[in-house]
Design a protein around this ligand. Sequence first.
Ligand SMILES: Cc1ncc(COP(=O)(O)O)c(C=O)c1O
Length: 393
Amino acid sequence: MAQIDILQIAKEAEQKKMQNPQVINATIGMFYDENRSVGGMPIVVNRIHETPPDDMLPYPTVDGGKPFKNNLISWVLGEYEQSLRERLYVDVCATPGGSGAIATTFSVYSNPGDFVLVSDVRWQYDRFADRAKLNIFEHRMFIDGHFDIPSFRSRLTELCQRQQRVIVVVNDPCHNPTGYTLSNQEWDEIIASLNVFTNNDIVFLYDLAYLEFSDEKNSRLKLSKLSKIAPHVFVVIAFSGSKTFGVYGLRMGAAIGLSKIKSAVDDFHDKFVLEARGSWSATPTLAISLFNFFAQKEERINFIKALNDAKTVVSKRSAIFRKEASDIGLETYPFSSGFYTIVKTPHPLDSFHRLADHDIYAIPMAGGIRIALCSITVSEVTGLAAKIKQIIT
Ligand SMILES: Cc1ncc(COP(=O)(O)O)c(C=O)c1O
């Protein structure tokens, strides 16, 4: 399918909604609360208003500075920070959103013409690949309602025979666009597969943009298993502050590099800082200071409360959609939690146009139509599955 511009479709849908409030705009990966406030967390907005100029206006340190780096590692690795630090070297570079971490990984760890391993159902990694002049190498994402480990392994094997260095992208939990979350066993098998290719350099790009929206009992357990990576595997975690804090336009993000080899982590830091200086220069100071503010113990507790409220709202919407879809036999990809679900359809572009003709805006993707449950209210979700089924079948 031709590349589509999600932000452009979302803008058009927003304009339609301004003219007609009945329009359903399920296009964009931003959380809107039930009052249609973007981000849905007043505690974050209040802090932005209260931020002193000195925490907003000066140039920041390119990598975010020591407090940011330490805070970020503690935030993402959680209770496993110490044990991971004992087994792996780790460093951080601030980036403009998770996108900055992904784009930089693609550009600094590849040569033009290389292939990058991604799932067949995916977010727009193609855009980052295009810019770095990389080709897409797909594995199948699902088999019988689960992650297709055999396809992942065999495609990785093929690619490792072609290329010395291989970038492997995994987006988890709450995979965009399906909402799938890998089981711990699937995760173990992914790590074990990466560890096999000792004659290759594997760059494992772990995009956990939706980490905080996972419904897993322990959303950090998979991170703890990174301690098992072999020396030839370099991990880059792409962190998105946009999704975590609902500050999409602020461009808060970071890359965390982890490896058993110290020089590989030092090299990661140098490469990211050089890339930053030669492109976006530095991540916004406000993004860095906002993160540092909420990383403080008391502030973090208050933030997590607000985040849990947002999560509850998204879960409610997805539960309604899932139940209604299953009741009427509207087929979706396997789904656990998060911002999106995909309604399967053989002709996504055609379905997109038909839905838009009925004032329902969603995103056409290979294999289906992505519904952003994060951005529509409970009352808009209610009955939506039946409307979609009627329109596209
Ligand atoms: C899977 C995934 N990764 C990363 C991002 C990057 O988000 P941002 O650059 O706004 O942090 C997004 C945004 O939609 C996403 O869906």
